[in-house]
Design a protein around this ligand. Structure first.
Ligand SMILES: Cc1cc2nc3c(=O)[nH]c(=O)nc-3n(C[C@H](O)[C@H](O)[C@H](O)COP(=O)(O)O)c2cc1C
Ligand code: SF4
Length: 600
């Protein structure tokens, strides 16, 4: 296999398939890596030559993405999903058990090069976890001790993952409550037909009347975004579907892509009709690689039906097609300008704005970026009209919202409600008992305690991008906040200092508290860090990284105070612990080796 990698012809064919276009670099590296599992320096050099880039450029990109490897990895690369809900379901013990059975340390490659086992951020399977990814290609859901033991046997016997029992990779849609978007889908092409009959300007007017706001988190008015892109000058216009869904605890886009892909693609085609775009991309998170073949099949069907490609629905000049671009394990690439950087074959570093993507996005062309659920909603609006959508929900938050419900409840899955639904209603429907807290909107969202369960899900009350993680009274909310802090530190792209350093400092303080060395002073410092990061970071990741911290300190303060060794200042540096290695190496255990003065 490795020999093929250096086979000039194989590499040439790969580069030719991508038109030797440097914008395709991330896709080229992903496909190249699929051959050998990692990217040796010689392969990077060959790619650089083939795409007219410098080796440093290619290395810089390859080094940015967690799913691209610059060093050899195991033939079986196993990544445990490491969201807090996976941990609550026992993922850490299962990981330890698998490592023990395979004789490998977490984060390392086994000596025979057979296997590596590590953790990754949430894989978007919180309703059927604990889950893991194998070779960035295949998922294993509903892990338990038996499945882990059988999996270890298969690895030891070198059974290819494709031959493992299909039941292990079963991913259920788990639709628990449908209102509009998750209900029976409209016929493919029906919304497009309605829009074509109305015309582009009238379609935009319907969208305006619907008061639809984006479902990806920021809640920007969709009609305004499409209008700005329509009016922006550019040789091309572009439509991008943000299917990065990296916010831990969120999996509603996975379900929409799995069983409502037609409405997503139709929504994108409507955006193309309104903005005169010819190019469309779905940025699909690498963790959802298992959805790729199904999505390609839907695209092929739509092309065959004349709903994509040249002269859509028989309209000369209406040319639009969609390409799926796979991400490579970077949460920040969900941020729209980082996503565009990644689409252009670069590191996913957020851009300085303005200009906004609607003015200058992909390759400098006006670009509409919308969330999967937003495009779905656009399809329904085009079909049934703006007034119909606006009549659902509240005056400031029209329509429905899909929630990814996980954690301490009997019926995890996706639930669709009109905006304005109270948190307690969702808790009741999902069978949550003795609930202490709900993290709405993922780590960057809001942590609600029991006295707030009467609040409503709405942009004007509790906004959400879709995650709804339930914690009962047995859970330690300090540990929940600490897990989220580790997530943000892990995912910070490192571009700006307040976030790069700030997220690391937050982790350090929380780890200090967890180790029982904290004081009130540490909590004050955490407040200061929150203030700093909220205002001084370059993108939304850093700005929201302290949200769980602020909420939990405010609402679950006893969980923090239980950990305070002293109410007064205590240095973060533990001299005795730091000296442990030196003591072990020198075989000393006298007072001086503990940093204390000898007593006579
Ligand atoms: C760190 C970060 C991660 C994000 N991740 C996502 C994501 O996974 N999916 C998404 O639709 N929007 C995400 N967003 C929001 C996007 O930047 C953008 O606002 C959204 O895709 C616009 O679509 P909408 O108008 O339909 O909401 C993220 C933002 C930030 C700051
Ligand atoms: S805030 Fe964090 S993720 Fe955003 S640009 Fe700065 S370092 Fe990168």
């Amino acid at each position: 296999m490795a020999a093929d990698l250096f086979d000039r012809e194989a590499l040439d064919a790969l580069l030719a398939r991508h038109g030797r276009d440097p914008h395709r670099l991330v896709q080229v590296l992903r496909e190249l890596q699929a051959e050998a599992g990692w990217l040796p320096p010689a392969a990077l050099q060959a790619v650089a030559q083939g795409l007219g880039l410098t080796l440093a450029q290619v290395q810089g990109v390859a080094g940015f993405y967690r799913f691209l490897h610059l060093r050899p990895v195991g033939s079986y690369r196993i990544l445990f999903s490491d969201n807090v809900t996976d941990r609550m379901a026992g993922s850490e013990a299962l990981l330890a058990d698998l490592c023990r059975r395979l004789g490998v340390a977490p984060g390392r490659v086994s000596e025979d090069g057979l296997v590596s086992v590590d953790r990754c951020s949430c894989t978007g399977l919180g309703d059927q976890g604990p889950a893991l990814l194998v070779n960035h290609q295949q998922v294993v859901t509903r892990l338990d001790a038996t499945r882990v033991a059988q999996l270890a046997d298969r690895v030891r016997q070198r059974v290819p993952p494709a031959w493992w029992p299909p039941e292990w990779s079963r991913v259920d849609d788990n639709v628990q409550r449908a209102e509009v978007l998750l209900a029976a889908p409209p016929a493919p092409g029906a919304a497009l037909e309605a829009a074509l009959a109305r015309g582009a300007a009238a379609t935009l007017a319907e969208l305006d009347a619907s008061r639809l706001r984006g479902r990806g988190g920021a809640g920007f008015a969709t009609a305004t975004k499409w209008r700005l892109a329509r009016e922006a000058p550019g040789a091309e216009h572009v439509v991008v579907c943000n299917a990065d869904e990296g916010e831990p605890g969120t999996f509603k886009d996975r379900v929409l892509l799995s069983c409502h892909a037609d409405e997503v693609f139709e929504g994108m085609t409507l955006a193309a009709f309104v903005t005169r775009a010819r190019l469309g991309f779905v940025y699909l998170r690498g963790e959802y690689r298992f959805l790729l073949e199904g999505l390609e099949a839907v695209l092929a069907r739509r092309r065959a039906a004349g709903l994509l490609g040249r002269g859509i629905a028989g309209r000369a000049g209406f040319d639009f097609d969609i390409e799926i671009h796979l991400g490579a394990g970077a949460y920040v690439c969900g941020e729209e300008s980082s996503l565009i950087e990644s689409l252009e074959g670069r590191r996913g570093t957020p851009r300085i704005r303005p200009p906004f993507p609607v003015q200058q996005g992909y390759r400098g062309w006006p670009t509409v970026v919308n969330n999967v659920e937003t495009f779905c909603a656009c399809t329904h609006v085009a079909l049934r009209g703006g007034a119909w959508w606006a009549a659902i929900g509240t005056p400031k938050s029209s329509g429905t919202k899909i929630h990814s419900v996980s954690g301490d409840c009997e019926r995890p899955g996706v639930y669709e409600y009109p905006y304005g639904t109270r948190v307690e209603r969702i808790l009741e429907d999902c069978g949550a008992r003795d609930t202490q807290a709900v993290q709405v909107g993922g780590p960057s969202g809001t942590c609600l305690s029991a006295f707030e369960f009467g609040r409503r899900i709405a942009f004007e009350d509790v906004p959400t991008a879709g995650a709804f993680m339930v914690f009962d009274r047995s859970r330690d909310m300090f540990e929940v906040a600490r897990a989220f802090a580790h997530f943000f530190a892990h995912e910070s792209c490192g571009f700006c200092t307040p976030c790069r350093v700030g997220t690391a400092l937050v982790v350090k303080r929380l780890d200090k508290l967890a180790a029982g060395h904290g004081s009130r002073h540490d909590i004050d410092v955490l407040y200061e860090l929150d203030k700093l990061m909220h205002t001084a970071t370059h993108c939304g990741l850093g700005a929201t990284a302290c949200n769980p911290l602020r909420d939990t300190i405010l609402k679950f303060r006893p969980a923090y105070e239980r950990r305070l060794k002293s109410l007064h200042f205590e240095p973060a540096f533990d001299l005795d612990a730091e000296l442990a290695v030196a003591r072990r190496l020198t075989g000393r255990d006298d007072a001086a080796a503990h940093g204390r003065e000898e007593t006579a």
